[in-house]
Design a protein. Structure first.
Ligand SMILES: C[S@@+](CC[C@H](N)C(=O)[O-])C[C@H]1O[C@@H](n2cnc3c(N)ncnc32)[C@H](O)[C@@H]1O
Length: 215
């Protein structure tokens, strides 16, 4: 069953310390997480000096990729519900000596996007949030001309055998994934709220990348 907000928070409090390591373990089954992240950031088409909001930034696994695009003159605003995940993100920011990252600990459903942001990114998060449609709609309203919203997340493939889907759900259950989350389709909200969209799948259709452009 889909978890409530406090359950998600408790789960990620427990996972925070070993999150980066455990996320990398999925490579053992051919899940090329870093490649999917790179593709998402690439499709945001960010430029030096851009402002990017990352929804559910967790420990900041996307920050290096984003920094390469926006440079020190750009700005990252990372929003996450779980204090311990953000502590890990804060350590990363400190280690790297980045001065252009703002971390906000709150439910993304309550976050007020600053106006004129150039990109919004969310990786492996939005399906966990029942209010994703509103986040996508308000995010879109905050984007500057040519701004983009990229979602990378898990989904249930249309034609996968049940055993394979059940296996994937089991493997990702430690991160709060359950089969009923398959009813949530954030990519449809991207299609609803953006005039221009792009969609790509990876890993037998279990992973999708959906990008909306303001135009
Ligand atoms: C699977 S992790 C993904 C972290 C990061 N985006 C990544 O790709 O590694 C899910 C993250 O979503 C955050 N999260 C879940 N529900 C949230 C909400 N309602 N608002 C903000 N963050 C949330 C969790 O705290 C956790 O850090």
């Amino acid at each position: 069953m889909a978890m409530k907000k406090h359950e998600v928070q408790n789960l990620y409090r427990k996972r925070a310390g070993l999150y980066d390591l455990s996320a990398n373990l999925y490579y053992l089954i051919g899940f090329r997480e870093q490649h999917y992240r790179q593709r998402a950031v690439e499709l945001l088409r960010l430029k030096k000096g851009d402002v990017i909001v990352e929804i559910g930034c967790g420990t900041g696994l996307n920050f290096s990729l984003l920094q390469r695009r926006i440079g020190p003159e750009g700005r990252i605003i990372g929003v996450d519900l779980t204090d311990r995940m953000l502590e890990q993100a804060r350590r990363r920011v400190f280690r790297q000596g980045w001065n252009n990252v703002e971390l906000v600990c709150m439910d993304a459903a309550r976050f007020v996007f600053p106006s004129g942001v150039n990109g919004i990114l969310s990786t492996f998060v939005l399906t966990l949030m029942p209010g994703f449609d509103r986040i996508i709609r308000t995010g879109r309203a905050s984007l500057a001309p040519e701004g983009r919203f990229a979602i990378l997340d898990l989904k249930k493939p249309e034609n996968a055998p049940l055993w394979l889907t059940s296996l994937m759900v089991r493997l990702t259950a430690p991160f709060g994934v359950s089969l009923d989350l398959a009813e949530r389709h954030p990519w449809e909200s991207i299609e609803k709220h953006f005039p221009g969209t792009f969609y790509e799948e990876f890993f037998f259709g279990f992973v999708y990348l959906s990008v909306g452009e303001v135009g």
